[in-house]
Design a protein around this ligand. Structure first.
Ligand code: CP
Length: 326
């Protein structure tokens, strides 16, 4: 197996099957630290740099919390507008990274431009972790989700997935790539053009990703309505369809966001009448109305466990790329 030490985590297209299991093994070993709300000294001499060019609650703070749980330090920015990259200078990724690499030992970057973390990795002598890039990928989130499935169901192979939401979403692309390494058929349900409002974009899986998934052997189908696929699903993964433009640094909401059509909603009634009794429901959050709050207290919901695992997974990745776990 390739070593994780010094490695960038940019895409799950680059992950081999045994590497997923190695990451899960390290996550399982470190999980008691987070569960017991302790801090350890595994990364006591290391510093994480956060470079967030787009808003985030979970990804940035889970990386920071993970680093702190392992005894490391954190520096960085959560608003590029307050740096030279986001003001009059519009400093390039190269020049910014050439500074940041001297401020710590690993960088987690979120950016509105697809490919920005890969560009950063070209110039950095320390590992770059992709914390979400435009409509590109979100590898650490999907590693978290797969780990949640493993801990909740005891296995990943053999489970049938249903993914619902905007298929331009970066999590969906990382998910597709990840499942090419497992025996997991998946159905994608994303809005057709005009499904939400006049001139709403095509939110079905983009053709270039479908081509790639076919090349890598993903067993996938598409459906128009969650009701067509929910009965067979063991894992239901949901993302919003009412959401901002991920190619912008910041997208302020103007007025009401609108309601999610039934085709892309998971309600308590739908779960009770149509879903498998032992299916699990994931949502990386934030959510709009696609999963109403009354679903939280049902046997299907696992998104709070997923949130906890978000810290555990970031601990594992930081330990691995910084060489504290081999
Ligand atoms: N799931 C996720 O990426 O959340 P944030 O945008 O809050 O980081």
């Amino acid at each position: 197996m390739r070593s994780f030490m010094g490695r960038d985590i940019l895409s799950l297209k680059e992950f081999e099957r045994n590497e997923f299991f190695r990451v899960f093994e390290i996550a399982e070993a470190l999980e008691p630290i987070a569960r017991d709300r302790r801090n350890s000294d595994l990364l006591a001499d290391k510093t994480l740099v956060t470079a967030f060019y787009q808003p985030s609650t979970r990804t940035r703070l889970a990386h920071e919390a993970g680093m702190i749980r392992l005894g490391g330090s954190v520096t960085g920015f959560s608003d590029a507008k307050m740096t030279r990259a986001g003001d009059w200078y519009q400093e390039s990724i190269k020049d910014t990274i050439k500074m940041l690499e001297f401020y710590g030992d690993v960088i987690v970057m979120r950016h509105y431009q697809q490919g920005a973390p890969r560009e950063a990795a070209k110039w950095a002598s320390i590992p770059i972790i992709n914390g979400g890039d435009g409509w590109g990928e979100h590898p650490t989130q999907i590693l978290t989700d797969l780990y949640t499935v493993l801990t909740e169901k005891g296995h990943i192979d053999g489970l049938r997935w249903l993914a619902v939401g905007d298929m331009r979403m970066r999590t969906m692309h990382s998910l597709g790539y990840a499942l090419t390494q497992f025996d997991c058929p998946i159905t994608f349900v994303g809005p057709t053009p005009d499904a939400l409002f006049d001139d709403s974009p095509d939110m079905r899986m983009p053709e270039n990703y479908k081509e790639d998934f076919k090349k890598y052997g993903l067993d996938f189908t598409e459906a128009e309505h969650v009701e067509q696929a929910i009965a067979e699903a063991d894992v239901i993964l949901v993302e919003p369809v009412m959401q901002p433009d991920y190619t912008k640094a910041r997208d302020e909401r103007k007025g009401d966001a609108g309601f999610t059509p039934d085709n892309y909603k998971i309600t308590r009634e739908l779960l009770t009448t149509k879903a498998k009794s032992d299916a699990i429901l994931l949502h990386s959050l934030p959510r709009m109305d696609e999963i109403p709050p009354d679903v939280d207290i049902t046997k299907w919901s696992r998104y709070w466990q997923e949130a906890f695992n978000g810290v555990v997974m970031r601990m594992a990745l930081l330990a691995l790329v910084l060489g504290a776990a081999e």
